[in-house]
Ligand binder design. Structure first.
Ligand code: ADP
Length: 392
């Protein structure tokens, strides 16, 4: 492992011929975004997306070349039409193809992504076998309690009897390991898939299991998408009623592309009362509407402060607007969660309130929200054996 460095990786890629066999990947300037995490290596090779299938052998050679480095772990090679070679920014039209080696037979390549050349309008995204519904939990910006809500609502659905998985797609700041108190590394299961870890009866996959905490990672668009695609499609989720995707905060390109590339049955927007007023939540709504993903509703978090001593409710963020606002925006209001020390303390110590204090008022609130989300999934008519979204 001490052999592992960017230079060492480049040295190996020096030996791999480029797309037209007229030079090597490095001198042609096609290698970018090398990320080394522990023993694992990820990098991108820029290509013309129209040649993705034809250049698959080149991708495999690049992977094999890097796998030869002593002590190297998992090698992930992404073919991308990224801006590295002065081309278009990463959007759905520059969808990467990603494969990794797990030491076992490789799983089949992911299906062509919408927006790829040849995947014209109206193309649908394949669902994930065994997973009935995939929903996103999103917010217009960070710090509104999106992950806390995603975690507790997911556990609420599990408490209501559903089989649940959580995909922590907030790869900039994965919080599911901490929220659920899970540590460890996912092991390979059969067929080249990774086994998700489990906490409180839900299956969980998070970039936090794959990289050390506090490892600074610089993600670029295509890497974000490929990491998430892998966590979605190369994980042995088994049979799930709902897979809850904790999205990265915000409504930028990465989120938009993700919303396009994950076969979402719907999205839940988490907002604090003041963000609703400040239109952050609306941006979230619009993002999903743009890609034809139904918005299942809004959860107002930190809705009011219930004084633990006197029980008085203080509307420190101007509580109450969310319900009206949701109505104005034409989306269901799924419920409100108070700002409460118990929620914070339990979340931050890996003891989510829904499972560790099931009789508390908060647990009841989350279970009710979970019920509301489930009935919205059904009401939307999004009960589909393989959820699909139609691209514009
Ligand atoms: P996000 O995912 O939007 O960045 P987090 O879920 O990580 O936000 O929450 C940010 C912080 O706010 C965490 O410390 C969390 O414990 C706390 N928090 C979230 N919701 C509540 C709540 N209802 N009451 C008290 N603290 C909360």
């Amino acid at each position: 492992m001490n052999n592992l460095s960017q230079d060492r990786v480049l040295e190996q890629l020096n030996k791999v011929r480029g797309p037209d066999l007229d030079g090597d990947l490095v001198s042609l300037g096609l290698v970018s975004q090398i990320v080394i995490s522990g023993a694992d290596v990820m990098f991108s090779v820029t290509i013309d997306p129209a040649r993705a299938a034809e250049l698959e052998p080149m991708r495999q050679m690049a992977q094999k070349a890097v796998e030869k480095i002593d002590g190297v772990g998992k090698v992930t090679v992404v073919l991308t039409a990224d801006a590295a070679a002065g081309q278009a920014r990463p959007t759905a039209s520059a969808a990467p193809q990603v494969h990794h080696s797990t030491g076992k037979k490789a799983s089949p390549p992911p299906p062509p992504m919408p927006g790829m050349p040849g995947a014209g309008a109206g193309k649908q995204i394949d669902g994930v076998p065994g997973v009935r519904h995939i929903i996103a939990v999103a917010s217009g910006k960070g710090g509104v309690g999106k992950s806390t809500t995603a975690c507790n609502v997911a556990l609420g659905m599990a408490a209501n009897g559903a089989k649940i998985g959580i995909l922590d797609a907030d790869i900039y700041g994965p919080s599911m390991p901490r929220l659920l108190g899970i540590t460890g590394r996912p092991q390979a299961s059969g067929g080249g898939l990774l086994k998700p870890l489990e906490g409180y009866g839900v299956k969980v996959m998070s970039m936090g299991f794959l990289v050390e905490e506090d490892t600074p990672m610089i993600w670029r668009g295509p890497m974000v998408i490929s990491a998430i695609t892998q966590m979605l499609r190369e994980v042995d989720w088994g049979e799930l009623d709902v897979l809850v995707v904790d999205m990265p905060p915000g409504t930028g390109d990465a989120q938009l592309t993700m919303a396009q590339q994950v076969p979402l049955a719907g999205a839940v927007i988490v907002s604090t009362p003041q963000d609703l007023a400040l239109i952050d939540a609306r941006k979230g709504l619009n993002m999903f509407r743009k890609v034809n993903v139904p918005v299942l509703g809004i959860v107002e978090n930190m809705s009011y402060f219930a004084c633990p001593k006197c029980g008085e409710h203080s509307n420190i963020f101007g509580h109450g607007g969310a319900r009206d606002e949701a109505e104005k925006l034409g989306v269901p209001f799924l419920g409100e969660v108070p700002l409460d020390m118990v929620v914070r303390e339990r979340s931050d110590s890996g003891q989510p309130v829904v499972v560790t204090a099931p009789d508390s008022q908060h647990a009841g609130i989350y279970r009710d929200i979970a019920k509301a989300v489930m009935s919205e999934i059904e009401r939307e008519g999004t009960i589909r054996s393989a959820p699909k979204i139609v691209m514009e």
